[in-house]
Design a protein around this ligand. Structure first.
Ligand code: HEM
Length: 526
């Protein structure tokens, strides 16, 4: 009996040990099984699964996340539309839609198509509190309340007083590149200098002080590099926004690449300096800046505007205004230079409108009188929109009927990628993949009415600034700079691409930043 007891005890000990060792494995298997059941169940129940798309995208957003991490997702989606047609499933609950006819419905003024959580990771955390901005706010009422006090400062009349800041910064751009490269005909990366310009000008219009990149000639404090990393992170998290809570917005241990924290610190410091009068040497109240306007808005809306709100407004100028404007200026220049007939006509038309070396600084008003400049800028925006990932919106109550007749239910996500819509052959014709500014002009033999209709069709499909209630707030400010910089460079310099045969590199992190705008420039002789 005693012997039997020992054996039982041994058996019992060894089997318990065995079970203990097995337990973690069993719970792992259980979790995996539950996950697989959940994923397959979600797939089988998904009303979107009738739409074509990559197999893995139907089960998990990791498919999208992986492809976004490869930095050319606009091309992946373009290929998918070529393969599958106008509606492609790119996530368990997400369809990418290439249908210009739906733009007016989805991007309407009512704002009933809510932005998705994809935008949330562009918020920042300050002292344990997440600060959302105009771009990242999802709630319709909160967004409207945040926009109302400042919308007028971004209207055409609101941005007009900022022109002296821009003129000064454009003059500095020219002086820096002349002394460093133009006078000695040294090839250089104009794309980098355009970025230094747009960040400096954001500093000038926001705080009356350029941030210093033009003077330094490089990213002296790492902000530009960090902004790129923050965008890489943001772009990635658009696929699985909930991960932001574990990485950037983790209250206990922040993990991951730099967020927009550096830019936030800068905004807070400038606000404190203004309150304490420490920036009086650089701030001339007769030439107002956005900080003046935001403090004015706080006085006008004391119940709803506090200093955190001012910081969020200041930040939006930097995170939404600099890269997008640089990308747009680069595209207009690069694609025009790659098509010598376009560049030549641009210079001819600017001269014919009386814009020359002698008229620098060129006023925005004068540059607006040159239709071919307008055509080059708009075609640049169309050819490579400064936002080239999907603009995601939730389908509102009642669902939405798509062109195939099927109804997509409430809370599904429809994604409209400006790059895809801006290449739609239905709108832009069989030459949609060509850079052709002439498409924005009335052609010979085209009647006024026919041109108006064609223009209307193009305008409706042009998502390069978004549309509806969430249209780009800084559109007028951005465009003002694009016209002025492109025209100024064209009237002052002879410019040629150093390697015209080489395609530049486009790195798509929500904003498709370009690398390789290498040029040789000299002062214009004619
Ligand atoms: C040429 C330059 C620019 C381009 C191409 C551009 C493009 C865009 C696009 C496509 C959107 C819509 C995003 C969406 O619906 O998901 C947007 C939104 C926005 N942009 Fe711009 N942008 C430019 C310049 C600027 C500037 C200079 C500012 C400075 C304030 C700015 C501030 C904003 C803001 C605040 C939003 C969010 C608006 C809202 O949701 O109410 N942008 N921009």
């Amino acid at each position: 009996m005693a012997h039997q007891g020992k054996i039982n005890a041994r058996l019992c000990r060894s089997s318990t040990g065995c079970l203990c060792r097995l337990m973690p494995n069993l719970s792992l298997v259980g979790t995996l099984l539950a996950f697989v059941v959940y994923v397959v169940g979600s797939y089988l129940n998904s009303p979107l699964r009738r739409y074509p798309g990559p197999f893995l995208a139907k089960f998990t957003n990791l498919w999208r996340m992986y492809h976004i991490s490869q930095k050319s997702f606009h091309k992946v989606v373009e290929d998918l539309h070529k393969q599958y047609g106008p509606v492609v499933q790119i996530g368990p609950n997400v369809l990418d839609v290439d249908d210009p006819n739906l733009i007016k419905t989805v991007f309407n003024i009512k704002g009933d198509w809510k932005k998705t959580e994809a935008y949330l990771a562009s918020s920042v955390m300050v002292e344990g509190h997440v600060i959302y901005n105009l771009f990242s706010k999802i709630d319709k009422a909160q967004h409207a309340a945040e926009k109302k006090p400042i919308a007028k400062y971004y209207s055409p009349a609101g941005v007009a007083p900022l022109e002296p800041h821009m003129d000064k910064t454009i003059a500095q751009l020219c002086a820096e590149i002349e002394s460093r490269f133009v006078d000695s005909s040294t090839p250089f990366d104009l794309g980098c200098w355009i970025l230094y310009y747009t960040w400096d000008v954001v500093g000038a219009v926001t705080f009356s002080q350029p941030l210093g990149y033009l003077a330094a000639g490089h990213d002296f404090d790492g902000t530009l590099g960090n902004a790129e990393k923050a965008l890489d992170y943001f772009a990635l998290l658009t696929a699985i926004p909930s991960l932001d809570q574990w990485f950037d917005k983790n209250r206990y241990l922040r993990i991951g690449p730099p967020g927009f924290g550096g830019v936030t610190g800068m905004a807070i410091q400038r606000l404190v300096d203004r309150y304490q009068g420490k920036d009086s040497a650089i701030h001339d109240p007769s030439i107002p800046d956005y900080l003046d306007k935001f403090i004015e808005a706080k006085a006008a809306f004391p119940d709803s505007v506090n200093d955190n709100q001012i910081v969020a407004w200041l930040m939006i100028n930097m995170i939404a205004g600099a890269d997008t404007t640089a990308i747009t200026i680069r595209s207009a220049l690069y694609y025009a230079l790659r098509t010598p007939s376009v560049w030549a006509r641009l210079r001819r038309d600017l001269a014919a409108a009386g814009l020359s070396k002698a008229s620098v600084p060129l006023s925005f008003k004068d540059t607006r009188t040159v239709p071919y400049l307008d055509a080059v800028v708009r075609e640049g925006l169309r050819y490579l929109p400064a936002v080239s990932l999907g603009l995601e919106r939730y389908v509102p109550a009642g669902g939405q009927r798509l062109a195939d007749g099927g109804v997509v239910p409430e809370n599904s996500i429809l994604s409209f990628n400006p790059y895809i819509l801006c290449r739609s052959k239905e709108v832009w014709g069989p030459d949609a993949d060509e850079f052709k500014p002439e498409r924005w002009l009335q052609t010979e033999g085209e009647g006024d009415e026919a041109f108006r209709e064609r223009l209307q069709l193009m305008n409706n499909a042009d998502l390069s600034f978004g549309a509806g209630s969430r249209i780009c707030l800084g559109k007028h400010m951005g465009l003002m700079q694009v016209y002025k910089v492109v025209a100024t460079l064209a009237v002052l310099y002879d410019v040629e691409l150093t390697h015209p045969e080489k395609e530049w590199t486009v790195i798509n992190s929500f904003f498709p930043r370009q690398e390789g705008l290498e040029v040789k420039m000299s002062k214009r002789k004619d």
